[in-house]
Design a binder for this molecule. Structure first.
Ligand code: COA
Length: 708
């Protein structure tokens, strides 16, 4: 027995708070369990009633003589803890708490929820909720609908979990209309005990579930989600609609990484998380259904080549445009296929893909042409478009395709631009029918998602490499800075940190004051860069604290005097104690990239890579990922920025060392994973060249997390 089986496959359920009042939630749930014909025993619990819904009621769970697996709790919040104790004494192993008024309502509710969580844990029970809409298992041996959603679910192979109750109800209603069935429906509620991750793990091994759908508003443990979802999505597709653009966590952002993460909202983190986990993200519930239909009713395509069969030009053009823009191709039909089609169709028809059969085409034409196209090697999936002319019935066309599609291991999707009555009739005449859409774009989106998922399945995950680094030295450095009560590292300290992880830094001589500069000016290798350093100086360039391409000792000393005066004028606080200079090698000719990390309180660290220097502010061409990075993810991060062409070299320039750059990102990721005391770190610019030996971090900013 899996611990969650007590909740999802119970043999006896107590409904605590089953009310005598019609239309109350407690009574609705009992009613729903009966109407859906639950295959086990039901025990209403209500101290004020002898029977409810014609069934004997008990005053408490502990008064029920039989064993009870699951208690569904629908009593007012103040009574919930008492009921949990009673269930604990009785040995109940599963709870579903419908009652609301917990952490979603504020501090007092939060305290109730913490106490609830602790008690459930103490009794060794598992609990879904609180503040949830219940659970459904459609398996014929269980047949449990313990929700208050009016629509009874259809049986299918989709495991669905929803953090929103209201949306859950809407989805159950709509799913029935669209002929979409579920294996399970789980209202997650506040996720105090059973989390979304727990449900993913349950669905992973569940033989009744082939496709996982999620509506999520928050991630409890993003790192763990990534780990689990990455594994499961290789076996079963996961489609998620993630709402709630919450504020980004990097509030105290002093870096571009933090600011960009904040600017784009947590969405950027969610996108990174879902992409790295192989989860297909959709933005609307409508899209969720489009994909659910596509995935649940079709095998995966073998490639991205689409065949389109239509009786009208317009919708096929729309479908073609959508397909190309989503990365699909139109398959090039073989000579033989074209000949066959020519034989079947009138001369005015087009036998090239998209195949336009003309409006006269009836069921037999559709069937014959679809078969010819499905036989063609160059068609990985088939989209059949039908715009009903008066005399030909859409249902007839579907009937023909229904028989045919089962003979091929290729996705076949329909676009029926038919009146509403057709769709009503369709479910009756063809239960479990093919995926049928009203608009070509929706069907193509589903096909493109199927193909993206195929690619994810085929793609290796890569490895998280561990490099030999000086972790101890890095930790000592950060502890010493902490001991001084600072959270901002100086650029030279930042440089030392990077060097501990094998990230090359522009050579520099720190600590020189004006007098020392005068003594040592003759010893530097010119040209050099002079930088002003001071604990209070974060934005050096704006304060006049950077001079580049200094070619002689005289220029250096003049620049130093001017620099001190400029900082004194623009940021007087930074020109006092602790002000000094850094003389750095002048790194020329490379291309500038940015490598950064901002730690988000919810998601943990977010890595960023993009074009550096002025590009960061102007084109914001950056990509985010959640560490640890695999070798393949590091390569992908570089390839995904829009400006990757600039790194490949334009107008005869040689490309930068991609392998070397990917390794830098992996080392950076290792550093971020090793050192949780880092809040933000940003190398900008990081100068990259055709040879990794010349790579240099020119400027680095590091901030430590504030101590609690
Ligand atoms: N054990 C058993 N039954 C109990 C009980 C206990 N300890 N305490 C009370 N009851 C009974 C009551 O007697 C009542 O039955 P009755 O109507 O026959 O007298 C029944 O439980 C319900 O109690 P009541 O006080 O009428 O509460 P309610 O029905 O108005 O509200 C909730 C209860 C749980 C529905 C309500 O508190 C709530 O949380 N509503 C929001 C639910 C929600 O939206 N959840 C999230 C969905 S996504």
């Amino acid at each position: 027995m899996q611990p969650l089986d007590a909740i999802l496959k119970p043999q006896a359920i107590a409904i605590v708070g089953a009310s005598r009042r019609a239309a109350s939630i407690g009574r609705e749930i009992l009613h729903q369990l009966i109407t859906y014909d639950f295959r086990g025993k039901l025990f209403p619990v209500n101290p004020k009633a002898e029977f409810i819904h014609s069934i004997k009621a008990y005053p408490a769970v502990s008064a029920i003589p039989d064993p009870v697996d699951l208690a569904i709790i629908v009593v007012p919040r103040e009574d919930v803890l008492g009921v949990v104790d009673d269930c604990g004494r009785k040995g109940v192993k599963g709870l579903v708490v419908i009652t609301s008024g917990f952490s979603e309502t504020g501090e007092e509710g939060k305290r109730f929820e913490e106490e609830l969580g602790e008690r459930v844990h103490r009794y060794g029970m598992r609990m879904i909720g609180p503040n949830c809409m219940g659970v459904i298992n459609t398996h014929p041996l269980v047949h449990m609908d313990a929700t208050f959603a009016p629509a009874l679910p259809l049986t299918g192979r989709i495991g669905f979990m929803s953090q929103s109750g209201a949306l859950g109800v809407a989805i159950l209603n709509l799913a029935r209309q669209l002929d979409i069935g579920f294996s399970y429906f789980i209202g997650l509620g506040n996720k105090t005990n059973v989390s979304g991750n727990d449900m993913l793990l349950y669905f992973e091994d569940d033989p009744e579930t082939d496709l996982i759908l999620m509506y999520l508003e928050s991630f409890g443990n993003a790192q763990r989600f990534k780990e689990i979802a990455r594994r499961i999505s290789k076996r079963k597709p996961i489609v998620a609609v993630k709402s709630g653009r919450t504020e980004a966590g990097a509030r105290a952002a002093t870096s571009h990484t933090g600011a960009l993460a904040a600017h784009q909202g947590l969405d950027i983190a969610t996108d990174a998380l879902l992409e790295q986990s192989g989860v297909i993200r959709v933005n609307t519930v409508e899209e969720l259904f489009d994909l659910a239909m596509g995935f649940s009713k079709n095998p995966l395509p073998r490639g991205n080549r689409l065949g389109i069969l239509t009786n009208a030009g317009g919708p096929a053009i729309m479908a073609t445009d959508a397909a190309i823009s989503l990365g699909l191709e139109l398959g090039k039909l073989s000579e033989r296929t074209c000949d066959e089609l020519r034989r079947l169709l009138p001369p005015e028809a087009s036998v090239q893909n998209p195949v336009d059969m003309t409006p006269k085409s009836d069921r037999s034409k559709y069937e014959a042409c679809a078969r010819v196209m499905l036989e063609d090697e160059s068609v990985d999936s088939l989209l059949v478009v039908f715009v009903p002319p008066m005399v030909i019935s859409a249902m007839d066309i579907v009937t023909g395709l229904e028989e045919l599609r089962r003979q091929y291991l290729k996705p076949v999707l329909g676009v029926m631009m038919a009146p509403e009555e057709f769709f009503k009739e369709l479910n009756e005449q063809h239960p479990n029918h093919m995926a049928i859409y009203v608009f070509p774009e929706s069907a193509v989106e589903a096909l493109a998602a199927l193909d993206r998922y195929r690619q994810w399945r085929e793609k290796p995950l890569g490895h998280v490499r561990q490099f030999e680094v000086k972790r101890g030295a890095a930790e000592d450095l950060l502890s010493a800075i902490r001991a001084e009560g600072r959270s901002q590292l100086s650029p030279e300290e930042g440089g030392r940190l990077l060097e501990c992880y094998g990230i090359p830094v522009a050579h520099g001589e720190p600590g020189a004051d004006q007098a020392e500069l005068e003594r040592r000016a003759g010893t530097y290798h010119y040209p050099v860069v002079l930088k002003a350093l001071s604990p209070g100086l974060v934005h050096k360039t704006e304060a006049g604290g950077v001079a580049v391409d200094i070619r002689t000792p005289e220029e250096l000393l003049a620049a130093a005097r001017a620099m001190r005066a400029a900082v004194q004028k623009r940021q007087p606080g930074a020109a006092g104690d602790g002000f000094h200079f850094l003389v750095q090698e002048y790194v020329r000719g490379g291309r500038e990239v940015i490598v950064g990390m901002a730690r988000d309180p919810k998601f943990g660290p977010l890595l960023m890579f993009g074009l550096g220097g002025i590009y960061v502010e102007t084109v914001k061409d950056v990509v985010f990922r959640i560490p640890p990075l695999t070798d393949l993810e590091a390569q992908e991060m570089i390839r995904q920025i829009r400006g990757c062409r600039l790194l490949e070299g334009v107008r005869g320039e040689p490309p930068v060392d991609f392998v070397g750059l990917a390794e830098i990102l992996e080392r950076f990721s290792q550093m971020v994973e090793d050192l949780p005391q880092l809040a933000e770190i940003e190398i900008n610019p990081f100068m990259v060249f055709p040879d990794v030996k010349d790579f240099r971090a020119v400027d680095v900013r590091v901030r430590l997390v504030e101590r609690a």
